[in-house]
Design a protein around this ligand. Structure first.
Ligand code: G3P
Length: 221
């Protein structure tokens, strides 16, 4: 089964700088051994090093809807692409955006040939995001983020509801889910509920043995 596992590094210490590179190496080993598609979303400063030293696909965590010019401190989409990212999260719960910026970011990523993943927090927002035509909508109930309680076990209805709403609005858009995902069972349940994969962070970044967790995560796909 084709499913995506997207590992968001956020700003976890265990996934910053040298440690991000080491973790990306582990992701690549597990991806190579299992044939699973594992994607990493490091911090901006780590994108170039990971993408130039390894083959694992890298996505950004955020972009700003600005162009070249005088925009000090902003994240230029072209620069994220140039650093080696092939996709980007948009509107993560920890980096919410205005609707107009979400739409602009989706268009910009498409123009740059990059994959867009719009994060949403409920079924209605998933429906609205699908209307903007991203490649993926990733539904994540904020209260379960970082909780270790899996969305696919605790709130299956938000997943099935989002899958149905997205399909109704725009059948081209694929659905991912995240929040509290830590095991292969969480992943296979998410897939059974109609998603094309998961977005996760703490289950791997904070694990004592990230490789063992990653191997388990891909064990049923
Ligand atoms: O971007 C993934 C995320 O928000 C889920 O976080 O720590 O619950 O896997 P976590």
């Amino acid at each position: 089964m084709e499913a995506k596992i997207i590992l968001n590094c956020k700003t976890y210490e265990q996934a910053t700088g040298e440690k991000a590179l080491a973790l990306a190496g582990i992701c690549q080993e597990v991806a190579d051994e299992s044939g699973a598609e594992i994607i990493m979303c490091p911090q901006y400063a780590d994108i170039h090093r990971i993408s130039s030293e390894l083959d694992i696909p890298v996505y950004g965590q955020h972009i700003d809807s600005i162009g070249f010019g005088s925009n000090t401190g902003h994240v230029l989409p072209e620069s994220v692409k140039d650093a080696g990212a092939v996709g980007c999260l948009i509107n993560h719960s920890e980096r919410r955006l205005k609707l107009a910026d979400i739409e602009a970011n989706i268009k910009k990523l498409r123009e740059l040939g990059m994959v867009s993943v719009v994060c949403t927090n409920n079924i209605n927002v998933s429906r609205s995001a699908a209307a903007l035509n991203p490649d993926y909508v990733a539904v994540e109930p904020p209260e379960l983020i970082g909780s270790g309680i899996s969305v696919s076990q605790a709130q299956p209805e938000i997943i099935t509801g989002s899958v149905a709403a997205v399909k109704e609005v725009n059948p081209q858009v694929k659905v991912l889910t995240g929040a509290g995902i830590t095991t292969g069972v969480d992943v296979s349940k998410a897939i059974e509920l109609g998603t094309q994969g998961v977005l996760l962070a703490s289950g791997v970044t904070k694990a004592e043995d990230p490789k063992a967790v990653l191997k388990d995560l891909v064990s049923n796909i």
